[in-house]
Write a protein that binds this ligand. Structure first.
Ligand SMILES: *Cc1c(COP(=O)(O)O)cnc(C)c1O
Length: 422
């Protein structure tokens, strides 16, 4: 399939060199929140460009990074009052893992060196992040380079047995987590998880009860809880931080992707004051070192500030609840489709699994994702299923006309692809 050269973007749409348009149904891999070429973010960036494009953050600071840190801290009620910056999601994972490990070391708890992640987890593709990523496709080739973490049961609600609820599955998964914590008592530094939705593994969703149970276990076994909100943060889950759905705070939150509105590479790790204080020392070896050339880039921080200003001035979380209801409505024919199972939604994310029921459909299932992607492009939709899971993760700006278009065209594409003989 030839690459599509993108000429420009406007709102929810990307336009190619031939003038053909595509509704960005996956927010350009989950980063874009308020549309392409958003006038407010553009204006803020143009202003910042004339003020300060970049300055190193070591021994220096600047207004955008200070204001952004303060705003984010406020959004957690000051609980996670410290921000550490980098440029991409995988680096945020690395920072959280290193910070947890190093914190325990500074405390004299040098035995706490291991990590727990969930089955099907995705936390990025650098070597350290791959250690807590359980997706064979991304890690198998590098197996010998990777220091393995403990992989425990995912709370994916699709695993519910007959008569079991999502909360029952959450309890079973938490019990498996406890088994691991018990077996490795005193050895675990942190648990890392994607709160509510494991996106990369196929939009596996779980009940918020799981987060409450894991929070309690982490307290009981004195283990850090790292919430990787790189995909589900920034309002995507319905609340600004996904953990707010469960009324818990983790010890670390990783943010990236949507934080800059999908404009510029930016990531950060938020943490508690006691963890920050654990590094505050005149001995540099006790300090936390993790530098990148573009750490806290002012343009990226300014894009993030403009993004947060839109959340405030437009009451985006409230507006999204209205939009989400309309999108769910528009997807009803798919939700009730005979060849669809596990139709699911969390905030501004929708997913369902295509059902292939007999043997001869095996090749149809194998090629489903690629055929759906290709067919969707014919219908002006950018959608990339993961295996047999179709998902929609649009920017937060679809109007009613666009919502109807998405609903109708997704159904049409699905019927076409399921009806194809391969
Ligand atoms: C995308 C993603 C990452 C990695 O972010 P990059 O910027 O691609 O390195 C990590 N964790 C989750 C949950 C993600 O969705």
């Amino acid at each position: 399939m030839p690459l599509i050269p993108v000429s420009h973007g406007r709102g929810a749409w990307l336009v190619d060199m031939d003038g053909k348009r595509y509704l960005d149904g996956i927010s350009s891999w989950w980063v874009n929140l308020f549309g392409h070429a958003n006038p407010r973010i553009n204006a803020a960036l143009k202003q910042q460009l004339d003020q300060l494009e970049h300055a190193m953050l070591a021994g220096f600071t600047h207004e955008p990074v200070i204001r952004l840190s303060e705003k984010l801290s406020t959004l957690t009620g000051g609980v996670l009052g410290h921000c550490f910056y980098a440029s991409d999601g995988a680096s945020a994972t690395e920072i959280a893992l290193k910070m947890s490990f190093h914190f325990w070391r500074n405390q004299g708890q040098t035995e706490k060196q291991e990590f727990i992640c969930l089955k099907g987890s995705y936390h990025g593709e650098t070597i350290g992040a791959l250690a807590v990523t359980d997706v064979a496709l991304f890690r198998d080739a590098y197996g010998p380079m990777i220091r393995n973490a403990h992989v425990v049961m995912s709370p994916d609600a699709r695993q519910a047995a007959e008569g079991e609820s999502a909360i029952d599955v959450a309890r079973r998964a938490a019990a498996d987590m406890e088994r691991c914590l018990q077996e490795r008592t005193g050895k675990i530094a942190a648990v890392i998880l994607e709160p509510l939705v494991q996106c990369a593994t196929g939009f596996a969703m779980h009940d918020p009860e799981y987060l409450r149970l894991v929070r309690a276990l982490c307290d009981q076994y004195q283990v850090h809880l790292i919430a990787d909100e790189i995909a589900v943060g920034c309002g995507r889950s319905g609340t600004f931080f996904a953990c707010e759905n469960a009324q818990i705070w983790p010890d670390f939150i990783c943010l990236s992707k949507g934080i800059s509105g999908g404009y510029l590479p930016l990531s950060l790790v938020m943490t508690r004051d006691d963890i920050y204080q654990g590094f505050y020392h005149t001995d540099v070896r006790r300090g936390f070192l993790h530098s990148h050339s573009y750490t806290g880039n002012p343009l990226a921080c300014r894009a993030a500030l403009a993004t947060l200003e839109i959340f405030e001035s437009d009451d985006v979380l409230l507006q999204n609840r209205v939009k989400a209801a309309a999108i769910t409505q528009a997807l009803q024919p798919l939700a009730q489709h005979a060849q669809v199972k596990h139709f699911r939604q969390q905030g501004m994310m929708w997913a369902f699994d295509a059902v292939f029921d007999n043997e001869k459909d095996e090749s149809a299932a194998k090629t489903f994702s690629r055929r759906f992607f290709t067919q969707a492009l014919q219908e002006e939709l950018l959608l990339r299923p993961i295996g047999n899971t179709v998902y929609l993760m649009p920017p937060y700006i679809l109007n009613q006309e666009e919502i109807s278009l998405v609903g109708e065209r997704m159904l049409k594409v699905f019927n076409q692809v399921m009806g194809e003989t391969v």
